[in-house]
Design a protein around this ligand. Sequence first.
Ligand SMILES: Nc1ncnc2c1ncn2[C@@H]1O[C@H](COP(=O)(O)OP(=O)(O)O)[C@@H](O)[C@H]1O
Ligand SMILES: [Mg+2]
Length: 335
Amino acid sequence: MGTSDFVEPRFVDRVVEFRVLEELCSRVVALPIFLYGPEGCGKSRLFREFVARFDGVGVYVDALERTRVDRALFFSPVVSELREFVRVIAGAVSGSVGVYLADRVFDLVSRVGVRRCIEGERVVVVVDDVVRAIGVDQVEWYVKWLYESIRKFVEEFHPRGLVVVATTSEGVSRRLVSRHRHAVVYLLWNLDYDSFYELARELGAPSREVVDRVWEFVGGNPGRLVEIASVFRWDVSSWIELLRGRLFEVFRIVRSEDLVGELLRVIEDPDVFIHEASPRFEKLLSILEEYNLVIYKYCMLLSREYLRPCPELGVGKYYAWQLPAYRVVLEEFAR
Ligand SMILES: Nc1ncnc2c1ncn2[C@@H]1O[C@H](COP(=O)(O)OP(=O)(O)O)[C@@H](O)[C@H]1O
Ligand SMILES: [Mg+2]
């Protein structure tokens, strides 16, 4: 966030996700769950909150944290054994703490298993933002390793329930993981309007009109809402101005590839990547995915439903703009 005095707002919604996660944890889920969704949609916050309230053995690793063990590792309240471990590794790790922990996450839960009887208990393990930490080229290997580790852990410790989750915002990694049988991929999406409004009020939004304007540009994304509230003090125009600077670079690449016509079509309807599939659209998709502007969304939500298309926000059946604002700004450049 860049502001050191920033306090996370009160947690809102995610009732359905909590219910599904609780349900999943009541049995052993043999495959790791690979959860992906737009940057800032609330993946990290969801799992931190879930682990903090979980009444079984819960371990959360922030794979992106480079230096501070106390930030990289959270446990559910019942797991006190690992606190001591935090002190031990704090002194021992030389590289990135998050990557170190992501590689040893099953050692960690096994430590709990050795100290106490896990048989009959519920266990949840979350490795957050694993792809950006270990790199796309490692993700297939990592997911397979999680898969193998689940099997071994269950054989050794016989938990009643076990759920292992890895998260990412990278579209490329979703594709790599989907090719294999070693994981199930789910989508996490932004907040709905009511929860978004509730969070905006929590953050001190001056009026309903301001919230509606932010919604038009960020479509329920809590991360961007927090950014506009705390860094930009509700000055949406300045936030857009900043975006222009970032997106101009992408537009330059699109133009140099002679894909501006295709871009305008995607701005109208992101599903043209399916309906008008061609090498040129494929090229454009790889650019927009690389910059995390467009995301594939034909994946089930945790609720086992599909997110409904919403053309006003640039959300199709198969693809979506990560933020409606990206469309608005790129359209300005293209016309
Ligand atoms: N359900 C929620 N209630 C309140 N704040 C949230 C919620 N979800 C996300 N946020 C806030 O939005 C910001 C981005 O969320 P984060 O979990 O970091 O997104 P992601 O991990 O998907 O990129 C954080 O400041 C987080 O506290
Ligand atoms: Mg995150």
